[in-house]
Structures are given as C-alpha cells and as structure tokens.
Ligand binder design. Structure first.
Ligand SMILES: Cc1cc2nc3c(=O)[nH]c(=O)nc-3n(C[C@H](O)[C@H](O)[C@H](O)COP(=O)(O)O)c2cc1C
Length: 436
C-alpha cells in the first residue's frame, strides 16, 4: 500500500460516564444514562468520516481487586454502564450512514434471542448494525446468570462456533423474497419461503424459523477480538472485522498477516476481513502542547495505577492486591479470562515492577502524540507498514473535548491527505467496510 491509500476509523467505547474531572464536564457525569451524550458523539463521528462506533460490554460489577468493588466504582470504568444493544436504536435514529456495533456474549445469550434482537436492529438501522461476538471472561458474570464459573476458555469458543451456526440458520430462515404483500392473492408472506431450522447440537437446540423477517444485511457485520490461537481461528472463520491491540507496528503487521493466513486456510478471501488496531492519540494545536499534555497524562501515576489495577483485575479476574506492587508479576499467574491479554501484558511489562509498568500504561498499539497533521502523518506511515485496514480510537473516559480533537482536528487532517473517507458510498455497513 502507498501513501494516500485511505484507511478506516472506528470508535471503541462503552455507554458509561464520560470524563467528569476535566475542565468542561458539563452535566454529563449524571445525565449520560439518557444516552444523549452518545447521540451527540455518533453524529459528530458520522460527520467526520468514522466507519463505525463500537460499544463494548460486560455483565458484572467487578469486585476482584482486594475483594471489593471500591476501586472499580471509584473510577467507574467497567461499572456502571448501560446495555449497548438497545442503545443501537437510538444512535441509528440520529444518523444515516455510520455503522454501529454492539457487544453481546455467546456465553449468556440464547442464539434465538440474539438472532431476533440483531435482526430487529439490522431492520431499524437499515443495515448498519454489527455484533461484537464475545465469549465473556469473568466468573462474576457467570454468577449473575446462575453459574459458579465460566465454561473453560476453549470450550467457550466451541460453544460460540455452534452459536453462530444457529444464528446464521435463523437469519436465513426467511428467504429474501418471502414477503409478497400481494393484495390480489391476499398473502402477506409466502409460507413456502419461511423455513424451520431444526437445530439440535451439542450445546444448543432451536426449531425456528425466526419470527422476524430477513433483514437488510441478512447477517449483521460480525466483529471479533480474538487474541489466543483458538480465538484467532474463530475470528478468521467468522468475522468481517477484527479488533486488537498488538504491541507496535511489527505486532500489528504480524497479527493482521496471521489472521489473513488463517482466513485463507478456511477458504475465505482475506480482503473480506478488516483489522482495526487500538490507538489513543494525544492531540493539541501544536506538537509541543501535545507533548506537554501527554506528559501530564503519564504524570497522574497513582490515578493510572488504580485504573489499570481495576481494569486488569476485572478482565483477568486476578486480584493484584495479593502481589507486591514493587516486584515483577509472579511467573505462575494464569487466567481463564482474556488469555492473550495476560501474555501481552507480561511481555509489555518486561522486567518492570507492577507499579512502574501499570502507572505508565496506556491501552494502545502505538503511541501518537502531536498536532492533528503530525498524528495524521504518523498514522499514514504506520498503516503503510502494516499493510491496510484501519484504526480504532479509544480515549477513555471520553469527553466532548476529546471527541472534537478527533472529529474536528484529526479527521480533517486525514481527509486532506486522502486517508479518510469523506462520504459513504453504500447503504449498508458491510458494503461500506468492503468498499476499498
Ligand atoms: C479492542 C477489544 C475490545 C474488546 N471488547 C470486549 C467486550 O466488549 N466484551 C468482552 O467481554 N470482551 C471484549 N474483548 C475481549 C475479547 O473478546 C477477547 O476475549 C480477548 O481479546 C482475548 O482473546 P481470547 O479470548 O482469544 O483469549 C475485547 C478485546 C479487544 C482487544
């Protein structure tokens, strides 16, 4: 790929409290639960040329760190938050083109319930919904659904494979031309074009058909963030788009090449899968101001440490309060949660102590600091080396200021270089994703 080949941008966040300790917090810290903050945000992102907004989710209030929810609720990163699935309707009603991806767990939904919900969302978004397929990684979530613990990591993926088999069958249970609405014959739908699926599998049973007609995309855009070998196979077989946070440019390139190789091995065209890498750009009017802002971000060491401890405790369910923070992470620590996250984390810490590493850790594949033009040039260079697809901006907690820096600073700078779309050429999310 050469300079001026466009790439895609997505947004990664959740429906949670925006930043409330910055200079202009407005009233959002309490009012975000009415969803209006995110409506403003999605409109801005569509205007700026983002391909999609991705809403993450989990299903518990974490209380692993020191056996209490204190740190978690203090920083409000994982909880409280709203269920992203119904929020999709609201965001779609306020926009015309941008894709909206909601996370839902195969471990806790039933395939019929999920197929029906996402078919409904694909209708009301007019073909702009995506489903981030996760298998969950927290026993705390399992305990909210009547289980003591999650099924084991690879078994969750095995269940997810069958889950998708069932949802695909249900989404296809209505032929595209099943609705005839023929006033002469008096038939609304042709019963010969609506089929049962009669799935009887190892983990699921469903008779079908869906009682929701075929939706504009047929199947929502499938998004996935598998990192382990089992997760990568699942993604390469099923996904339209992937999210990941490999370390550095080489890590991004290796991840993308690996997924493309696996996809080809499953008989797929690798160009149908778009990979997005998480970034957290620090932007200011000048490079110097951006560097100062970046340093100020890292200087909040105690805050960063607490946030990272709560985050890792929540997603890996490891109680870091058991360890000496002034020593490296013990060798024998394992997780049934995000396995690849633990490995990446161990690698990125190197020999550092937990405190040193976590107080200066940011969730991102590469560090981007500078004016909008400087960061646009950095992204151009990185994408040329990686080989293509896109970036996923993650700036947590989000603020109106940060949104404006991206939508009205970075995005126009990318567009001036021909690196970001200025219009959507197709009606559906999947077609737009694949349009270049
Ligand atoms: C960018 C990104 C977003 C993710 N979003 C979610 C999410 O919303 N909910 C969730 O349970 N897991 C989420 N995950 C975790 C993945 O689904 C997956 O479990 C993780 O990357 C570890 O991979 P593995 O399951 O193959 O070990 C996310 C991961 C990444 C990298």
């Amino acid at each position: 790929m050469s300079s001026a080949d466009p790439f895609r941008l997505g947004w990664f966040g959740n429906i949670a409290s925006p930043e409330w300790k910055n200079a202009y917090p407005g009233n959002d810290a309490r009012q975000w639960t009415n969803g209006r903050f995110y409506v403003d945000m999605v409109r801005n992102m569509e205007r700026a040329g983002f391909d999609f907004m991705m809403l993450e989710d989990s299903l518990m209030v974490p209380d692993i760190y020191a056996g209490t929810a204190e740190l978690e609720l203090k920083h409000a990163r994982y909880a409280p938050k709203l269920d992203p699935v119904p929020i999709v309707s609201m965001l779609a009603y306020a926009t015309r083109h941008i894709g909206i991806v909601a996370t839902a767990s195969t471990t806790f939904y039933h395939p019929y319930h999920l197929a029906r919900q996402f078919s409904t969302l694909d209708h009301v978004t007019e073909g702009r919904v995506g489903w981030n397929v996760v298998t969950s990684s927290e026993d705390r979530a399992a305990q909210n659904y009547g289980l003591d613990a999650l099924p084991e990591h690879d078994l969750r993926y095995e269940m997810a494979e069958e889950f998708l088999e069932v949802t695909d069958a249900l989404w296809n249970s209505w032929d595209a031309d099943a609705i005839v609405a023929d006033r002469e014959t008096g038939y609304y739908a042709d019963f010969r074009k609506v089929h049962t699926v009669d799935h009887v599998g190892k983990h699921y049973r469903s008779r079908g058909p869906l009682n929701t007609p075929r939706s504009p995309q047929g199947r929502p855009v499938i998004c996935q963030a598998g990192g382990s070998p089992r997760g990568r196979d699942f993604a390469a077989r099923n996904a339209d788009m992937l999210l990941n946070i490999p370390n550095g440019i080489e890590g991004m390139k290796n991840y993308r090449d690996d997924i493309r190789r696996r996809a080809a091995g499953f008989g797929r065209n690798p160009d149908e899968i778009k990979t997005f890498f998480v970034i957290y750009p620090m932007i200011a009017p000048t490079d110097e101001e951006a560097r100062a802002k970046n340093e100020a971000w890292y200087a909040r060491e105690q805050h960063n440490l607490e946030v990272q401890l709560a985050h890792f405790a929540a997603t890996m369910e490891i109680d870091f309060s058991r360890f000496d923070l002034d020593a490296p992470i013990p060798e024998d620590v394992t997780t049934n949660g995000h396995q690849s996250q633990l490995e990446n984390w161990r690698r990125s810490l190197g020999g550092k102590t937990i405190r040193e590493g976590m107080s200066r850790m940011r969730v991102q594949s590469i560090e981007l600091v500078g004016s909008p033009d400087t960061v646009a040039a950095q992204l151009d260079e990185a994408m040329q080396e990686v080989g293509g697809d896109g970036f996923l901006i993650y700036g947590q907690p989000i603020s109106r200021e940060y949104v404006a820096e991206m939508t009205d600073g970075l995005c126009p700078a990318l567009q001036r270089r021909g690196l970001l779309r200025t219009e959507f050429s197709h009606p559906t999310f999947r077609e737009n994703l694949r349009s270049f």
